[in-house]
Ligand binder design. Sequence first.
Ligand code: ATP
Length: 368
Amino acid sequence: MVVTRLRLRGFRTHERVEVRLGPGLTVVHGRNGIGKTNLVEGLYFGCTARSCRTSNERECVAFDADAARVEVDTVDRHGDEHALSVGFQPGEPKRIRVDDALVERLVDHPARPLVSVFLPDRLELVKGPPALRRAHLDQVVSALWPSRTATRRSYKQALAQRNALLGRVRAGYVGREALAPWDLELGRHALALCADRAETVALLQPGFVQIAAELGLAGAPELRYRPRTKADSPEGFAAELAERLDGDLERGFTGHGPHRDDLALLRDGRELRVYGSQGEQRLGLLALLLCEREALEEVRGAAPLMVLDDVMSELDADRRGLLVARLRRAGQSVITTTDLAHVPGGGEADVVRIAVTEDGVLQEAQAA
Ligand SMILES: Nc1ncnc2c1ncn2[C@@H]1O[C@H](COP(=O)(O)OP(=O)(O)OP(=O)(O)O)[C@@H](O)[C@H]1O
């Protein structure tokens, strides 16, 4: 799936913009604060109906506009064209259309392109709480094997049911023994979810190690899945729950299981979250997103659209070269930069360049 065209209306600094993207690399350049991130945020919004920068989407509507509208044209692998549009007016539900049909959600719609975004704000994924990395890992599982989304859903449902039952035991409506069948049920889904996550991390690990080293993360990089459970059968998991039942009854919810797992990014065995510098955390995040992209290419035969905002200024010339070479190997990517010279090969004929200036957004090189 390739995004061929992006149109923004009333989106942050962009009153009215239309640009074409290349099937390979597109470089968006312009001075600080001119609206480059706003443009790629618009691209993300058009592909997912969500902002990649804020949960308060009112912020995306231009200061002097009442509503924002983003349209994205795509071509799928069979050559079929699709038109996605997202209209957003604060206080109203979003109006999302795919090929003129209204849809409720875009994220799980088959016609939408997968998109992976590196923004300075996304550093939270490395620095922040385990819940963010867990959710991210589950998204990668779903992107790699869409049918396995059901595993996570089943676990969540079983967990909610057990938590409800804990409440009934606490209130004295039923005895503790009522939990036993639910614990086994939860154990079955828990082990399936852990297996999906472990398989994904094993698949990502070699790429992560290679890319992190290539980008200059000193020491031995490692991606490590940290499941809470040590069980290898539903019965074993149920036994772990039974050991913790008093605590669960006290709190009123289940404190053990895959909803407490973490994905650790390490260097020389130490967590980047705790010991990494900001620059090292950035490299860790970049390596993670890039190895996911390559795994998707391998498993699904389609790399997601990769959006890299303001990444070049942090890398030396050799590493910029390695990064761009990796991006150009497969799939579509968009890089923003203050200086076109920071993108090796950015002037080549197959690269699409878009200049964001005080006079507007200028398409410098058109995709064929
Ligand atoms: N809803 C909005 N309406 C109008 N302008 C906005 C809105 N939200 C943010 N801005 C403006 O957008 C500008 C920042 O744009 P953006 O983050 O895209 O810059 P940039 O080109 O990526 O800069 P840098 O290179 O420094 O990262 C700021 O001047 C900010 O005031």
